[in-house]
Design a protein around this ligand. Structure first.
Ligand code: FAD
Ligand code: SF4
Length: 458
């Protein structure tokens, strides 16, 4: 039987921003680790984008060697406490686990978190991992999300002198400003940033590369290579009438105000957010669920408006279940067509049309088709639009010669090299909005390519 992690009860957790999942106890972790049959040809490893030696780290947990288990994880994954919490394991390692044939894959994510959380009490001697490399050169990493953090850490471990530039005042990218505290406590992210600093990486917040400094200026300052990991943080909108009304937020602004600016801790933090009693969140991905669940915790009546059905929601299954338990309403097969406002310019409702599922579209999912004459109004004093993000345009736009695709992503070859000599890129800025682990995988592989490149300069 697959062991499940304990969670705060739904009634309790909708009143606070504390972590929902409480993680495995020692006993549960041991029981779950014992279920792993230590496959000779472990399919789970192939399902992991950074190829963590999963049976090996699980075996160490089984032997009671939690610290060694963490060290094993860290051979391939610099951010296990984060991945253990937010990776879509059900689509990756757990999907491939041999025991999934019987519908009971090993709970690899929970075991990963269990091993990683060990460090909260007993840190490894992490700085020792940084090699004093006599050939180390100056390298700039731009953007401190999972791609940038991973690349910076791996370059520092090789022995290079790495500066990590971040435009916001706090590093971590989406891990800090996007994913809410109740899914990923910020002390975990801060701990991982400290680890990266302990490897010798210099973190420079409040630095918008492309403005000050530019990529050219970095090279003039003696940097030999630049890794661009600026993510996909540009909000997309619906493009329907009334979208400029007050209290219609992009998901990015809504989450940044709540998570990074700590609006949920007003008045302790003097950065409140103006939210009415009824909140409509538009979208069906992780981002939409995060917004809806934040609004619930602020005591609001929340409705999630999605144009397809639950089965087609791109959000993680676990998060959909959690959200349902927390009790907000869903309006499926619903497409907003217009926002209406009051005479002061504030939103008061969303006019929607009912949809039905038609033939599959390019994504393979059945296309939602409007039902003529089915329009109806959802009343709401606040709307959050969470229908996708595009690549951050500033750095590509301000860096002459840096080629981009029609979607605004930076073009890279199989070695993460861009059209500019010495400039590499990876993560959401090259793929469009993706996952934490795929951004980390890119950062890891790019670090090796960057190391090869700077050595070739000698
Ligand atoms: P980001 O994390 O976006 O980091 C980019 C960083 O670059 C940002 O800090 C930004 O401020 C900085 N930056 C941008 N331009 C500049 C510049 N010019 N100069 C300096 N710095 C700059 N994935 C999962 O796997 N599981 C989840 O549960 C999950 N939930 C999500 C929830 C939300 C709300 C969001 C928005 C995304 C979620 N994702 C999730 C997706 C995942 O977080 C991203 O795929 C991942 O963070 C991308 O990493 P990145 O390093 O490429 O970019
Ligand atoms: Fe263990 Fe499943 Fe991996 Fe086999 S596939 S080694 S059972 S986690």
């Amino acid at each position: 039987m697959r062991n499940k992690v304990k969670q705060q009860s739904p009634q309790e957790r909708v009143k606070n921003f504390n972590e929902v999942s409480l993680g495995f106890s020692d006993e549960q972790a041991l029981l779950e680790a014992k279920r792993c049959i230590q496959c000779k040809n472990p399919l789970c490893v192939k399902g992991c984008p950074v190829n963590v030696d999963i049976p090996a780290f699980i075996k160490l947990i089984k032997e009671g060697k939690r610290k060694e288990s963490l060290a094993k994880l860290k051979e391939k994954n610099n951010l296990p406490a984060i991945c253990g919490r937010v990776c879509p394991q059900e689509d990756q390692c757990e999907k491939e686990c041999i025991l999934n044939k019987k519908g009971m894959p090993i709970n690899i994510g929970a075991l990963e978190r269990y091993a990683a959380d060990h460090e909260v009490d007993e840190p490894l001697n992490r700085a020792a991992e940084a090699k004093q490399h006599p050939e180390g050169v100056k390298i700039a990493v731009v953007g401190s999300g999972p791609a940038g953090l991973t690349c910076a850490a791996d370059l520092a471990k090789i022995g290079h002198s790495v500066t990590l530039y971040e435009s916001l005042h706090i590093p971590g990218g989406v891990l800090s400003y996007g994913i809410p505290e109740f899914r990923l406590p910020k002390k975990i992210v801060a701990g991982e940033v400290e680890y990266i600093k302990s490897l010798g990486v210099k973190v420079q917040p409040d630095s918008l590369v492309g403005r000050a400094p530019t990529v050219d200026e970095l090279f003039h300052q003696g940097v030999k290579a630049v890794f661009v990991a600026t993510g996909a943080g540009l909000p997309q909108f619906l493009g329907i009438p009334g979208e400029n009304l007050n209290c219609i937020y992009s998901a990015n602004e809504f989450l940044t105000r709540i998570n990074l600016m700590k609006a949920y801790r007003f008045p302790e933090y003097n950065t409140p957010i103006n939210i009415g009693k009824r909140v409509a969140v538009i979208g069906g991905g992780n981002v939409a669920l995060d917004c809806a669940r934040c609004a619930m915790r602020l005591g609001k009546d929340v409705i999630l408006v999605y144009r397809r059905t639950e089965a087609q929601m791109p959000a993680r299954k676990e998060e959909i279940e959690n959200a349902k338990e927390e009790g907000f309403k869903f309006s499926m097969l619903t497409q907003p067509v217009k926002f209406s406002g009051d005479d002061k310019g504030f939103v008061k409702g969303v006019e929607c049309i009912q949809m039905k599922l038609g033939e599959p579209d390019a994504s393979g999912r059945r296309r939602p088709v409007p039902i003529e004459g089915s329009n109806f109004i959802i009343e709401a004093e606040t709307v959050v639009v969470a229908v996708g993000q595009s690549p951050n345009p500033l750095l590509p736009a301000s860096t002459r010669g840096l080629e981009t695709t029609a979607h605004g992503t930076i073009k890279v070859d199989e070695n993460f090299a861009t059209s500019l000599k010495g400039v590499f890129a990876g993560g959401d800025i090259t793929t469009g909005a993706d996952t934490v682990i795929s951004a980390m995988g890119a950062g890891k592989k790019a670090a090796l390519e960057i190391d090869k490149y700077v050595r070739s300069l000698k």
